[in-house]
Design a protein around this ligand. Structure first.
Ligand code: GYE
Length: 335
């Protein structure tokens, strides 16, 4: 209630500013970055938000992009500028620089990797353009380089997978192979860490190989083919996301083995195809990672542009599913 009231106040302030801006200059939208006083925006009441997306590497990413496009809308007071970095950090940096040059009101992005952001974030700060991180974290020395980080706790996700494996499969000796996400990305680093922490105390579990499959189905399949050639004793695959797990299923089946029986698969995300494979018995357990970050981002962007104090970290809630839970959840699954 308090929040609704406050938002109305902000909108009133924006309309007043818009009228003044119209009266003062006939040249239309100024394109000036927000951040002065509580008005924000480019003077027309609309918040221009530049979003630099990672790419389109997975079902998770597709759902995440859809959520952003569904909520950062004209009707909701935004002008969205969207770019796809095709999983390359240099593309993402270029997109952010172009948003700075255009004088957007706020920049949001999901960093491909954790490191190497200081310079471009410094440039945004100098231009007084606030930055919101969604989904993935950055590793920067100065926390004031971003306003807030909205996303899941990836260490916790890895831990939950590890605990399930330890309790349900690690009751006898098992060999595990790991399909890691994009090298240097927050989810790959953190999920590996959480998983290893959770299995550390169980001497039955041995991780015999671990390689990146870059979060894609195609690379997950290729890496799994290599694992199958190198080892004839794989019991479990831990895939950092569903798509790589689905690629692994293809490789396992092509090798004449049965996923879910000969080799068990556990993964993270909970996208439709992953949940279907879980319900079909090909995957054994999935810890969810919620991709629907659009609404939280919209809220946060409005607050940040209005100069309000915000939480530095918003942790999204994630569920977990075994095969029975997946069957029950599938009919209502939105992504
Ligand atoms: O798990 C994976 C995607 O950053 C949480 O990126 C995200 C991960 C997600 O490619 O499917």
């Amino acid at each position: 209630m308090a929040r609704t009231h406050h938002r109305r106040t902000v909108l009133t302030a924006l309309s007043a500013t818009a009228l003044l801006a119209l009266a003062a200059c006939a040249s239309g939208s100024s394109g000036n970055p927000g951040g002065s006083g509580s008005s924000g925006g480019g003077g027309d009441g609309v918040i221009t938000l530049g979003f630099a997306q990672v790419g389109a590497e997975s079902g998770w990413r597709t759902a995440n992009t859809q959520s952003i496009k569904d909520t950062i809308t004209k009707e909701n007071g935004f002008d969205l500028k969207f770019s796809d970095a095709q999983q390359k950090q240099e593309n993402q940096i270029q997109a952010i620089r172009s948003y700075i040059a255009q004088g957007v009101d706020v920049i949001a992005f999901s960093p491909v990797v954790e490191s190497g952001w200081d310079a471009v974030l410094q440039e945004a700060k100098q231009a007084h353009i606030p930055v919101i991180l969604t989904d993935r974290a950055v590793d920067v020395t100065d926390d004031s380089l971003y306003a807030s980080f909205i996303g899941s706790d990836f260490v916790e996700e890895g831990k939950r997978v590890g605990e399930w494996v330890s309790e349900n499969l690690g009751t006898k000796p098992i060999n595990v192979v790991q399909l890691e996400g994009t090298t240097g990305s927050a989810p790959a680093i953190d999920r590996k860490k959480g998983f290893e922490e959770a299995i550390a105390g169980n001497s039955n579990i041995k991780v015999i190989d671990s390689q990146t499959g870059n979060f894609t189905r195609a690379e997950g399949k290729t890496v799994m083919e290599g694992f199958l050639q190198a080892h004839d004793n794989i019991d479990v695959v831990f895939a950092h996301n569903d798509d790589m797990g689905l690629g692994a299923i293809e490789a396992i089946e092509a090798a004449g083995l049965t996923p879910g029986k000969d080799i068990k698969i556990v993964s993270i995300d909970g996208v439709k195809d992953g949940m279907q494979a879980l319900a079909d018995g090909k995957i054994s357990y999935i810890v969810e990672c919620n991709p629907l970050l659009g609404p939280d981002l919209a809220d946060m962007a409005k607050k940040v542009v209005a100069g309000e104090a915000v939480d530095k970290r918003i942790v999204t809630h994630d569920d977990a599913f075994d095969q029975e839970a997946a069957k029950a959840a599938l009919p209502d699954r939105k992504y």
